[in-house]
Design a protein around this ligand. Structure first.
Ligand code: P6P
Length: 333
């Protein structure tokens, strides 16, 4: 395969589909460059004195790791001067970060989880960055949190970077899903797959089984049928994987199929789920749908949900279409 860089891919996508204006192309390239910087910091591990906690808490009330804070700063600093963004939102910041007046404001809004799976940092398990791009609708001056509260189907782009055995970037701009692998010798993102597709069926499910006693009945039924295997109603054996980093579990599903569930459970009945809608579930739902998969909250399409709060949480069932369909039907039943 000829080596196609991220820039060439974006230029050729613009030529073919015409929906990547210069500001969006710049945004994607800047985010991809920021992910390279994060990869370098993550890769240093203990050598960079970057492991451990920052002794601060984020808006979720979670203790921040040093690399959570650093990754957030890298993305903010990389994106605020380019003139492509009006504002940014992050899992690590209570409120939105408006582009300072000393820089021009653009038409895009960038949301991200700068380092997802950070409980895995100190034990050398894959972690990643997840990002979502919205357009600032309306032409009123200034930008507010309300501008971010758009359903996931309005996304202009979405992607994630996995800091694992390889450093990979997965990206959708609404015309399929492309995979780039970081060439550490040249420092460039190289296109290694240009149309990722999720198989409609699978024998692999991903869920944190330690929560089983807290699940609602439809989830209990769905998982029990998977674990009943060949002798059970599904008539086939299933395998289970749970990395504890959404980016790693979703990437496996994109690469070979599977179904990922983080459902509502009784531990905190007022919380619809653990994962965040705006910068985890929505970007992953966009990517999964663009790869032929499906993503619901157990009842409705995730990308149809109209957000009411920036950091709201949502239940997530995503991956191989026929399995998500089945699990969602059990909830309807
Ligand atoms: P649990 C990481 O903290 C995260 O937000 C996702 O990346 C991951 O899928 C999930 O939480 C893991 O949650 O409850 O299994 O530790």
């Amino acid at each position: 395969m000829k080596r196609v860089s991220l820039t060439r891919y974006l230029v050729e996508q613009q030529r073919e589909h015409g929906h990547i204006p210069p500001q969006l192309r710049l945004l994607i390239e800047v985010v991809a460059r920021a992910c390279k910087h994060i990869a370098i910091s993550v890769n240093k591990g203990a050598l960079g004195e970057l492991l451990g906690t920052a002794h601060t808490e984020n808006v979720q009330g979670e203790v921040q790791k040093k690399l959570d804070v650093i990754s957030n700063e890298v993305l903010i600093e990389a994106n605020e001067w380019g003139g492509h963004l009006a504002a940014m939102a992050s899992e690590e910041m209570d409120s939105i970060h408006v582009v300072p007046n000393r820089y021009p404001q653009g038409e895009y809004l960038l949301l991200f989880d700068p380092l997802d799976g950070s409980s895995n940092i100190d034990v050398n398990v894959s972690i990643g960055t997840i990002f979502s791009v919205l357009r600032k609708v309306g032409h009123a001056r200034g930008v507010s949190e309300e501008d971010f509260l758009q359903p996931g189907k309005q996304q202009a782009a979405a992607g994630y970077c996995v800091y694992g055995p390889q450093t990979t970037l997965v990206l959708t701009l609404g015309d399929g899903v492309a995979l780039f692998t970081l060439d550490r010798e040249t420092g460039s993102w190289v296109l290694t797959e240009d149309q990722m597709r999720i198989p409609e069926d699978t024998k692999e499910f991903a869920i944190n089984m330690s929560n089983a006693r807290h699940w609602a009945e439809p989830v209990t039924r769905y998982i029990a049928e998977c674990t009943a295997g060949k002798e059970g109603p599904r008539g086939k054996d299933f395998n289970m994987r749970w990395v504890g980093s959404m980016v790693a579990d979703v990437h496996r599903i994109l690469a070979r199929g599977g179904v990922f569930l983080y459902p509502w459970d009784r531990r905190d009945p007022d919380k619809p789920g653990k994962l965040r809608l705006m910068y985890e579930a929505n970007p992953m739902a966009f990517i999964v749908e663009q790869a032929g998969g499906m993503a619901t909250d157990g009842r409705q399409r995730i990308m149809d949900i109209v957000p009411t709060k920036l950091h709201e949480r949502v239940a997530v069932v995503l991956g191989s279409r026929n399995e998500v369909q089945r699990a969602t039907e059990y909830h309807a039943g």
